[in-house]
Design a protein around this ligand. Sequence first.
Ligand SMILES: [Zn+2]
Length: 395
Amino acid sequence: MTTTAITHISALVTNDPSLGDSSPLGLIQDAAVVIEGDRVVWTGESSKAPATDNAVDVGGRAVIPGFVDSHSHLVFAGDRTQEFNARMSGRAYSAGGIRTTVAATRAATDEELSANVARYLAEALRQGTTTFETKSGYGLTVEDEARALRIAARHTDEVTFLGAHIVSPDYADDPAGYVDLVTGPMLDACAPYARWIDVFCEKGAFDGDQARAVLTAGRAKGLHPRVHANQLGHGPGVQLAVELDAASADHCTHLTDADVDALAQSETVATLLPGAEFSTRAAWPDARRLLDAGATVALSTDCNPGSSFTSSVPFCVALAVRDMGMTPDEALWSATAGGAAALRRDDIGRIAPGARADLVVLDAPSHVHLAYRPGVPLVHEVWRRGERVVAPRPS
Ligand SMILES: [Zn+2]
């Protein structure tokens, strides 16, 4: 197999402290990376790089692992521009939120939904995201949920069944009946296409007992839990996530000290989604408190048409540094290695021998520029599985 060296890297983030300086980012100055097939086979200082078949000079730019976006909702149709505009203009808006997207998604063809996923994936890739998770949750019938997952699985391995997003409008008077549907026939139809099961555990969606029923039923079918927890207020979501060894508790905006302690003493990652607080003008999650307690923190977009319509991880990194108490190093780690941990993956989120060759060349000498130069398109090129999938912009 041919080998390719990426050379003249000003600063390389490996996320492997054994390779670079001893910080969690494992930084190496004046570095090179050698790729063979879809894998990284060597990482280190340029002067020590082995001979290779090909070389690509990145001209003194920084290189980071591809972003791992561990939380998105991309199988949908329509948008909610008017709802956002009304919310940001201080006007009341009474249309149905998620229900609006459910109606549009049910009415869409498979081709339309698949084209939508492909479009947002391409958008995310251009911004450096090389792995993304996505969920169902806008179908809420057996057929529509299974269809959403079937379509999602064509685009990513990280597929999550979220039939328990909201109680289907068809079951408005019978939420218990809807939980029976989700944990019975809907789960049977959806499990073959999914790796994960998720539930929106929140007042107005599913309470602790209902969420537990959904997650344990999914686990019995071989799906691993993750939980939308403590976004809008305090609740049982985080504790339930830890108790069931969920890979991730997502949002974590309203936490008690006991919630923070539980996360810190568990393998459950706290995934923070600042795009949601940005787009709803809500209070930020406190990343500093979680990090100081020793919890593992991931950063993700929550890309969805209602509450966070951004596919940009760099935007989330900038918000986390500006408003959530994270250092630039911590935010980058959380958007790469943190996302990998939230998906229980060790082959992504780092640039080290054996890892997948997923990496981003920044048009900047350091990863710190992601937060220092917010809103600027700094992604110069993207490599995924050893192939350059986003080429440099013509200068
Ligand atoms: Zn979500």
